[in-house]
Design a protein around this ligand. Structure first.
Ligand SMILES: NC(=O)C[C@H]([NH3+])C(=O)NS(=O)(=O)OC[C@H]1O[C@@H](n2cnc3c(N)ncnc32)[C@H](O)[C@@H]1O
Ligand SMILES: [Mg+2]
Length: 431
């Protein structure tokens, strides 16, 4: 590894110190017999200046480099309030690892072009900022899960059945059998609670969603938890504590990156502390109808309805008590109202909507068989899952958090695709 210092670690207090930097040419301009190169690495940028009188050779080389060329630069630190970071390096040596005559991404690049060259778009410090925020959100999640006694498990991705409806399964040939890409690790997490009680996983989930909305990917990162002995209200508390910790910790560690995207007062992020507001599905329908939305009790809320509902809140909030007819087979019927299930979604404010889907699971064998048949599925395909209700069944609940959706809200991205390294949508499988 090159014994370099990071751009962001060069400070005015290091005046007179000799440093070696390695990175990519971010900006370049020539003024008289000087070349200014703003160097970029993963930590940030720093201005370097090449003066002919200091080193003719380095000056001549510096004149050659193009934007995004990979270089190693050596020189002496000089405090300069005019430089972008208040300090610059008076360079006397440059090694060009690979010169770039023309970098394809220009200021006027369209979103579609940026997606076509996503592998080059990852050079961008603004894109790197998204990935740093996403990484910090997961670092925070891991911190919270560890201290709260949850075990990480590693469920399969090659599976034999649907969790969230057969319409969005990706099917593949598995030797002489048929397999599917996992829509959710949930069913396997439910098996894991009989030994570990509180489990979690971060896996890619796959949905053959044809809907081309700003919040759907065909592959997304899915943070899922499952806990024995917990009911819906218990798991909602887990959700708000986890999400609060993720958001507050990321505000603490990545405020600079967040402010590259959010030009507001960060109020909704600061408001993300427990307890989150809770509205019933019935109340949500009343709110929407009072705002002129044409929606009847029993209908699902789509992105548009959720967007309107979020206008009532300035922090994430829960909607609970959905009608059975619009929710999945595994959800436990509400004993107080058989029309409903013990399910709750967490919606992010500012129009973002659903970031978490969760519920208490049906733990009674016969009722679960009934629900599977009601949903016109074959109980034979879920024999192993039904076994979980035959050998020491317990009340249990869990949820799934869409990581890209949470990041999209935190950074106010206009599409969830910008929250993932290489977006997968119905029209995008390459690069
Ligand atoms: N363990 C569980 O209980 C999870 C449960 N089986 C489940 O998959 N619920 S979910 O379909 O609402 O998806 C959960 C979350 O997963 C995200 N999600 C769900 N589908 C997508 C797509 N297509 N793109 C991006 N993100 C998606 C979104 O935030 C949802 O709230
Ligand atoms: Mg959902």
């Amino acid at each position: 590894m090159i014994d370099k210092v990071y751009c962001a670690d060069v400070t005015p207090e290091m005046e007179g110190k000799r440093v070696k930097l390695a990175g990519w040419v971010y900006r370049k301009r020539e003024v008289g017999k000087k070349v200014f190169i703003v160097l970029r690495d993963s930590s940030g940028i720093i201005q370097t200046i090449f003066k002919k009188e200091l080193s003719e050779e380095a000056y001549a080389e510096a004149k050659k480099v193009g934007i995004e060329s990979s270089v190693i630069i050596e020189g002496t630190v000089k405090a300069d309030p005019r430089a972008p970071t208040g300090v610059e390096v008076q360079a006397d040596k440059i090694q060009i690892l690979q010169n770039v005559d023309f970098f394809p991404i220009t200021k006027d690049a369209s979103e579609e072009f940026l997606l076509d060259v996503r592998h080059l778009h990852l050079h961008s410090p603004k894109v790197a900022a998204v990935m740093k925020v996403k990484a910090t959100m997961m670092q925070a999640a891991r911190e919270w899960l560890l201290q709260d006694g949850w075990y990480e498990v590693f469920p399969p991705i090659l599976v034999t059945g649907a969790v969230e409806g057969g319409a969005t399964l990706f099917k593949l040939k598995y030797f002489d059998k048929t397999a599917y890409l996992s829509q959710s690790a949930q069913l396997y997490l439910e098996a894991a609670i009989f030994g570990l009680e509180k489990v979690w996983s971060l896996t890619p989930s796959f949905r053959a969603e044809k809907s081309r909305t700003r919040r759907h990917l065909t592959e997304f990162w899915h943070l899922e938890l499952e806990a024995a002995w917990m009911d819906l209200w218990d798991i909602m508390k887990v959700e708000e504590e986890l999400v609060s910790y993720m958001v507050q910790r990321t505000l603490e560690l990545r405020k600079k990156e967040i402010e590259q995207y959010r030009k507001d007062d960060l109020k909704t992020l600061k408001n993300t502390v427990p307890p989150f507001p809770r509205v019933s599905y019935d109340e949500a329908i009343d709110i929407l109808q009072s705002k002129g939305v044409e929606i009847e009790w029993g209908e699902d809320m789509g992105a548009d309805e959720e967007r309107i509902l979020t206008q009532e809140f300035e922090a994430p909030f829960f909607v609970y008590g959905y009608p059975k007819g619009i929710k999945a087979f595994y959800m436990k019927e509400d004993p107080e109202d058989p029309r409903k299930v013990l399910a709750a979604d967490m919606l992010a404010p500012e129009g973002y909507g659903e970031v978490i889907g969760g519920s208490q699971r049906e733990d009674n064998y016969d009722k679960l068989v009934e629900r599977i048949i009601e949903e016109e599925m074959d109980p034979k395909n879920y024999e192993w899952y039904l076994d979980l209700r035959k050998y020491g069944s317990v009340p249990h609940s869990g949820f799934g958090l869409g990581l890209e959706r949470l990041v999209a809200w935190v950074l106010k991205l206009d599409h969830v695709r910008w929250a993932t390294l290489f977006p997968r949508t119905p029209s995008r499988l390459y690069p």
